[in-house]
Design a protein around this ligand. Sequence first.
Ligand code: SF4
Length: 361
Amino acid sequence: MPALTGQSPEALAAWLADHGEPAFRAGQILEWVWKKKVTSYDAMTNLPAALREKLAAHFPLTALTHTTTQGSADTTRKFLFKLHDGRYVESVLIPANPALYGETSDRRTLCVSSQVGCAYGCKFCASGLAGFTRHLDPAEIAGQVLAAEQLSGQRVDNLVFMGMGEPLANLENLLAAIQLITGPKTLHLGARHLTLSTSGLVPQIRQLAEHPQQIRLAISLHGATDDVRQQIMPINKKWPVAELFDALDYWNSRKNQKLTLEYILIHGINDDLEQAAILARHARRLHAKVNLIPYNTVEGLDWVRPSDTRCRAFRDVLKNAGVSATLRLEKGHDIDAACGQLRLKQETTEGLIAPAPIKAR
Ligand code: SF4
């Protein structure tokens, strides 16, 4: 049964009309759910009891059941949610003022998941280890933001779709969720505070370029040439860098927002300064900024983080070429070491996925 938090204002109004309810009830219900953020139908005190009962019989209020929080109010917090089919999904709330992906931020940022598991198998990522299970629906995506605000008591003012899953592989549900997140009657967060991160799905990048909202795009690049990138990103075999950069040129022709190129630095794999020089040329042409992220160990994978000296040298090649580049050198905490790890542990414990992690190489 679809949750109330997945209903668009139009769908809710249509449902109310079908059930003989006056149109103004839609506004009241949306206000309770998205603005007052109540957690039960009983709290919707200006609705008649009969309508509350009817709503409860048709829609669970939310699609997510919170099970665990790791971290505390002044550190990064990871929320684990159980879904209706027993699967798990996680969201990470990053508080104001830590260095976020190399930049100091005064915004509270939520890292949102878009799928259970992931089919894309990027070699540095825990989410890809157990393969793909299913897409999240709009209530399960937008509901993460609402739940994070309920649990933290704080407004989330920045979203990054960098949690579990490849958001562009679930584009239809993602766009429906974005309507709920940005809509004036629902969460009302500005589209330019949303960043979608993709492993490089070329057709969907082109499709999203036509979307009217000024959503930001980040590319999980991690290699500036095909031979290097495809060691890390299996998707590169399907859409090599030349096709990816063509799609990014198209994106730039349709959007005003600056692209971000994400680049995890892995010792001996992609940290050669020649890669830095090639990356600099691409980034300059695309007017993109580059986030350099020294590799953090993932259980089951055996890559190594480069030295700080090598990371700085890589960054300096970019900076000297006039590219805006950030580098976060402090070690990742256990909690934010990689997306998908908490869910992976929980589902393994419950026997939902096989315990043995796959070796990267
Ligand atoms: S980085 Fe993203 S696209 Fe790649 S395997 Fe992990 S979740 Fe999937």
